[in-house]
Design a protein around this ligand. Structure first.
Ligand code: C2E
Ligand code: CA
Ligand code: CA
Length: 649
């Protein structure tokens, strides 16, 4: 019961008591005066007590009401203060805050919100927040917002790309909270946004670095793997084909060494740009490192289309590249694998495209090859062969054959050339040329060449000991030897070991070796000349070496290639070239040798033109050391060599 109610009830009760006493009092006079006296006294007492209680109650009632009023007053102030506080936070916050209606209209926005988006606050009040969001991010936002209404989420935080008023884009982190009214019904959203553009840009940079090649900006291996696994899945689903092109710049290493690494890098950047411009947006260009690139051509309808792209790449790569004011020409070789025929996954596709690339290199570079299954069997055969060759030295399967050279004027045997031979039951038909190029590929050429040099020098020492002291030994050199750091030292050590004068060794090198890596080869050649060994340019006429170079290097001898000698009596051009080479060598004071001389006519032609030395079947075939020792003791010319050509040792 409330206090006022209690007061009223007590007052009424006391009123009734006092009233009753006052009514009874006049009734019986003798008693009456007594009663009256008593009742008056009682009534007065009761009245006073009642008045006292009433006053007490009224006092308390007054105090209570006053307390309530003060209480109410102070609560209202706190609320107002709180509200004001919130408004200050809302207005002054550096995060953008806005109030949104349930359908996304902006009903209130703070300065920071307006600033971030570049609109005025009043502009915003006419707008819907959703219209500021990039379409790619809108769907996600709109599907998650209902979760707030269903109370499955308390707040929803997400990242969106937003448009500012000036159409610039901005990355924001938005936090949406749903506010409920007093009846617990959704009323509005409170949206907070933060500018995370810088963070996003940093993330994008990191992502870009993780998936792109730092030098050229094209995709790297990570991106290639990701792209191919994606393309594999979609090609499988839609039964489409795609092509993987394995690209390698021809002789890039030499160019890089010649023009310097910085210019080499610029060249790679230009090539990468050219590759990018050759393919569609849906294709991919990746760099594996060095000068190796991979192209993935998606949705291939016909292999002819891939061939056209490959052809276009060959052509664009060949266009002059100007780096640091220098014009450079480079060519490429391309191997192509097609999904699904040439591989069902990235590893097998890359392996097969690489085999095709290898074939393209074998076919003289600057061309493209599609993978065929025959390439795999060839590679397997080749691997077995290389394996067998790898064991040949240890199994003592190598030997040398020797072929003499004769000076035309003096008819003296001037020297011997050593040729490598391999005795293996399984590989009987493999030629020395093939052995040498296989050994070059595997690096086996270094120990093999070392063995050749030592064996030939040892043999020469034996012949010198037998009395054939003027004999020289010609040893063929291969490109890899020139790149081997200890080559010059090895030559010197071997000469000393077998007590041979440096002039008794002739090192035969081809023009090709010099062309492949001119700077290094020339450096090594000068060092060899310093030792005193003789330098012979082998297969002369097949390369592109200029006369000027011959003069600069002070080459000791040139050996006219046997392809010209074979034709001297058949083809006029060969005869003209041979005569010109002989004349030129004589002018320069360089000894000229003709190799592959087989007939008397060839011999007579060469003698008439002034060639100094001949070598070939006309004299004798390359033979074992015993046969050559016998030949040296009783030099009997073979074949058509006329009796009047007496060979003297
Ligand atoms: P090359 O140095 O030009 O050797 C000449 C080749 O012609 C040799 O072939 C020789 O046997 C052959 N030949 C000699 N006279 C005649 C002839 O009258 N007519 C014809 N048609 N051929 C003749 P081979 O022995 O098969 O060697 C081929 C190539 O292999 C050599 O060409 C040389 O480049 C390379 N080679 C051989 N042995 C070695 C070696 O020990 N080290 C290196 N690096 N290369 C070697
Ligand atoms: Ca030779
Ligand atoms: Ca030759």
């Amino acid at each position: 019961m409330s206090r006022p109610m209690l007061t009223i009830i007590v007052s009424i009760f006391l009123g009734i008591v006092v009233g009753t006493l006052l009514i009874i009092a006049p009734l019986q006079p003798p008693m009456a005066s007594y009663i009256l006296h008593v009742s008056h006294t009682v009534a007065l007492a009761v009245l006073f007590v009642a008045m006292g209680i009433l006053c007490w109650l009224l006092f308390h009632e007054w105090r209570f009401t006053r307390f309530e009023a003060t209480q109410k007053n102070s609560m209202g102030t706190a609320f107002l203060e709180l509200k004001k506080g919130f408004e200050t936070i809302f207005d002054d916050s550096t995060s953008g805050i806005a109030q949104l209606s349930l359908d996304g209209r902006v009903t209130k926005a703070n300065h920071a919100f307006a600033d971030l988006l570049g609109y005025s606050e009043s502009d915003l009040l006419t707008m819907n927040f959703y219209q500021l969001i990039h379409p790619n991010d809108l769907n996600n936002l709109q599907t998650n917002v209902p979760l707030l209404i269903d109370k499955k989420l308390k707040t929803y935080q997400s990242e969106q790309l937003c448009y500012r008023k000036n159409n610039e884009t901005l990355w924001i982190m938005s936090t949406l909270s749903l506010m409920f009214n007093s009846k617990d019904k959704p009323d509005h959203y409170i949206l907070q946004i933060q500018n995370i553009t810088q963070q996003k840009k940093a993330e994008e940079r990191l992502h870009h670095m993780a998936y792109h090649d730092a030098l050229t900006g094209v995709a790297n291996r990570n991106k290639l793997d990701q792209f191919v696994s994606h393309i594999l899945a979609s090609s499988r689903r839609h039964q489409q084909e795609f092509a993987l092109l394995f690209l390698d710049l021809d002789r890039f290493k030499n160019i890089n060494d010649t023009i310097g690494h910085e210019a080499g890098d610029m060249l790679l950047q230009i090539i990468a740009e050219r590759l990018m411009s050759t393919v569609r947006n849906t294709d991919l260009v990746a760099r594996l490192g060095g000068d190796e690139f991979i192209l993935v051509i998606t949705d291939v309808k016909k292999t002819e289309a891939v061939a056209l792209i490959a052809q276009k790449i060959l052509e664009t790569a060949m266009e002059a590249i100007v780096v640091k004011g220098q014009e450079i020409y480079i060519t490429t070789s391309i191997g192509i694998g097609i999904y699904p025929h040439d591989g069902q996954n990235i590893q097998s596709l890359m392996k097969n495209a690489d085999l095709a690339l290898y074939r393209a290199k074998e076919h003289g570079r600057n061309n493209y090859q599609f993978y065929t299954s025959e390439m795999t069997s060839k590679t397997q055969e080749k691997m077995a062969l290389q394996n067998a060759l790898g064991h040949a030295l240890a199994k003592n399967e190598f030997s040398l054959n020797y072929q003499p050279k004769m000076n035309i004027k003096t008819r003296r045997i001037t020297g011997i050339e050593a040729f490598l031979r391999w005795k293996n039951k399984e590989y009987t038909s493999i030629t020395p040329d093939e052995i040498i190029s296989l050994a070059e590929e595997t690096g086996l050429i270094i120990p093999v060449s070392d063995w050749v040099l030592k064996t030939a020098c040892q043999q020469l020492n034996e012949w010198h000991t037998m009395g054939f002291t003027s004999l020289t030994m010609a040893v063929n050199c291969s490109p890899r030897q020139f790149k081997h750091a200890t080559f010059v030292d090895d030559v010197l050590r071997t000469m000393t070991q077998f007590n041979l004068p440096p002039k008794s060794l002739e090192l035969e090198i081809t023009e090709q070796i010099i062309m492949e890596d001119p700077e290094n080869t020339l450096r090594v050649l000068y060092a060899l000349k310093d030792i005193g060994v003789l330098i012979v340019i082998d297969d002369f006429g097949t390369g592109y070496w200029s006369l000027n170079n011959l003069r600069r290097l002070s080459v000791d001898k040139i050996k006219i290639d046997k392809s010209f000698i074979k034709q001297v009596r058949v083809d006029e051009t060969s005869a003209i070239i041979t005569s010109a080479i002989i004349a030129m060598a004589n002018t320069l004071g360089i000894t000229v040798i003709a190799e592959g001389v087989e007939t008397r006519e060839q011999y007579e032609f060469l003698a008439a033109e002034g060639c100094q030395e001949i070598q070939g079947y006309y004299l004798t075939q390359p033979q074992t050391e015993e046969s050559i020792t016998a030949f040296l003791k009783h030099p009997m010319p073979e074949g058509e060599m006329a009796a009047d050509v007496e060979v003297i040792v």
